[in-house]
Design a protein around this ligand. Structure first.
Ligand SMILES: CC(C)(COP(=O)(O)OP(=O)(O)OC[C@H]1O[C@@H](n2cnc3c(N)ncnc32)[C@H](O)[C@@H]1OP(=O)(O)O)[C@@H](O)C(=O)NCCC(=O)NCCS
Length: 134
């Protein structure tokens, strides 16, 4: 299913407002195929007071979405190469990912990207990446 179909219009608006044009955004990376079709995106924003995830202020907050058509072909890995670089350049010491507690694939993905479980909520698990550079 193409990503445009997977995301409803309401969700597309959410993505635009919260990830792509977020005023505290650090980097929103897009992955495309050779024809320019969108394969996935990853957003990295800086956590501010009262953020919806309860992430400590000043940490990064990351969100990722890869098209099911491109799953497990390395798109997510490539996106994190870009986000990791942006995080180091922005001086972040930590990045947190909020993952649904039943979303085992995303948990496995973030673990592979060197994130470690830092807390649990009623609905999810939070994993954090720690910079070795900052
Ligand atoms: C989680 C997600 C971003 C992974 O992206 P991806 O491009 O498929 O990931 P990659 O191909 O780069 O794989 C990297 C690692 O993720 C893990 N992974 C990816 N797909 C997996 C699967 N189906 N089962 C188990 N582990 C998986 C593996 O550790 C993999 O490394 P390996 O292939 O060397 O074993 C993607 O599945 C996705 O967008 N899911 C839906 C949205 C979502 O859940 N986002 C995260 C919410 S916070």
């Amino acid at each position: 299913m193409p990503m445009a179909q997977r995301l409803s219009i309401g969700k597309s608006k959410f993505v635009l407002e919260n990830y792509v044009s977020d005023p505290v955004g650090i980097r929103c990376s897009l992955a495309e195929d050779e024809q320019g079709a969108l394969l996935g995106f990853q957003s990295l924003i800086r956590s501010t007071e009262g953020n919806r995830y309860g992430t400590p202020v000043g940490w990064g907050i990351i969100g990722t979405h890869v098209s099911p058509d491109a799953a497990r072909t390395g798109v997510g890995t490539a996106l994190f190469v870009a986000s990791r670089k942006a995080a180091i350049e922005a001086g972040l010491t930590k990045i947190e990912a909020f993952i649904g507690k039943d979303n085992k694939i995303a948990q496995s993905y973030y673990e592979r990207m060197d994130f470690e479980t830092c807390r649990h909520t009623d609905t999810g698990v939070c994993k954090a990446w720690t910079s070795e550079e900052n």
